[in-house]
Design a protein around this ligand. Structure first.
Ligand code: ADP
Ligand code: MG
Length: 358
């Protein structure tokens, strides 16, 4: 059953066309992830769907009703939105944040609203926090309260705009876990996200946005493994790799290592592989290539199969094997950790490359 649809959704800000003739349907129970470069209108699309910032042209239908300024208040109770910035009422405790919509908008008696709030708090793991204020909660807890507040309205659909972007990496999991449970319970959701593993696991469909609309859509496998159009391909390739440019011998290696940690976390790389990737980066870049050559570039790629990560280190200059002349112990560690090491030299650009499988 179709629950939400957009037809020829166009949004302009002055001369600037952000979205042009965007059309799609959302069926009940679907989970759609919306991905794409920043500035491509993902937030504009969500804000348009619930008329926070209505389309310039086109129609939005929610449960077979064409939305307009007249009926939007009622529709918004059933089409709720979760923002990156949580948007809790700072002067109200968790309980009040969750009951106020029920009492003031749905006109429920307070006791009933509180009963419902307790049930929902249990499902998001925050029963013990009912009387805390937002400033006493972590970011992950705040976002779970924001989700609980939406659920209290018994919505038909939830629109999430980057719900984990403002969180420390350690807290992303607690919020995605709650959203995962909602997906299991059959909740219809549109989720703008940068968490690609999450998007892949949770979605029935993925929209990739670019060029003023949905540039490519498909199942997670179609979009993440076999993107068909050039901009999708470039985007997916980029997010599946971590690159780090070393510009001098005194480069910030902590930044490099934390970038690798971040990459491993994002893609749920298992601990053993993560340690191997860190070791290769540290020994090869920090102790072998950078001391000899200064400038170099590290790339870690996410593999099709999870048992072979590719690490490549490139460095400029004449044809030279950094491993032959590098620090002996570091080189031995690299050789022992790698499954294979391949060296190449590109004469035209004077670039050496070490390609390592871990
Ligand atoms: N209120 C606004 N007024 C003018 N331009 C806007 C407004 N909101 C967004 N834009 C522009 O619309 C484009 C898309 O923004 P947005 O939907 O936030 O992108 P995304 O969420 O994909 O990063 C951007 O170029 C942005 O500058
Ligand atoms: Mg946005």
């Amino acid at each position: 059953m179709k629950i939400l649809s957009a037809e020829n959704f166009t949004k302009r800000y002055g001369e600037n066309t952000i979205l042009e003739n965007v059309s799609f349907d959302v069926a009940q129970g679907e989970v759609i992830s919306i991905i794409g470069p920043s500035g491509t209108g993902k937030s504009t699309l969500l804000r348009g769907l619930n008329f926070l910032d209505p389309p310039t042209e086109g129609t939005i239908c929610f449960k077979d009703q064409k939305l307009s300024k007249q009926n939007i208040d009622e529709a918004r109770r059933k089409m709720v939105m979760v923002f990156q910035s949580f948007g809790l009422f700072a002067n109200m405790d968790v309980m009040k944040n969750i009951t106020i919509g029920q009492t003031d908008l749905l006109k429920k008696p307070l006791a009933e609203a509180e009963k419902r709030a307790h049930e929902i708090l249990k499902t998001v793991g925050l029963s013990e926090r009912a009387h805390h204020f937002p400033h006493q909660l972590s970011g992950g807890q705040k976002q779970r309260v924001a989700i609980a507040r939406c659920l209290a309205m018994e919505p038909d659909i939830i629109l999430f705009d980057e719900p984990t972007s403002a969180l420390d990496p350690t807290m992303v999991g607690e919020v995605t876990a709650v959203i995962r449970n909602l997906a299991k319970s059959g909740m219809t959701m549109l989720i703008v996200t940068h968490e690609m593993e999450f998007a892949r696991n949770i979605s029935s469909r993925v929209f990739f946005m670019d060029e003023r609309g949905i540039y490519e859509s498909g199942t997670p496998e179609e979009i993440f493994d076999k993107p068909q159009r050039p901009k999708t391909q470039t985007f997916i390739f980029k997010i599946k790799t971590f690159t780090f440019s070393v510009t001098s011998r005194d480069f910030d290696f902590i930044e490099m290592l934390s970038g690798i940690d971040d990459f491993c976390f994002r893609y749920a790389v298992d601990d053993k592989k993560a340690n191997q990737l860190r070791l290769i980066a540290e020994e090869l870049v920090l102790n072998v290539v950078a001391p000899q050559f200064g400038a170099c570039e590290l790339t870690v790629s996410f593999p099709e199969s999870r048992d072979a990560y590719r690490v490549s280190v490139t460095y400029p200059g004449e044809d030279r094997d950094a491993l032959e002349t590098g620090d002996e112990l570091s080189v031995a560690l690299v050789r022992n950790t790698a499954k294979s090491i391949e060296r190449s030299y590109d004469k035209d650009s004077d670039v050496n490359a070490l390609k390592i499988e871990v």
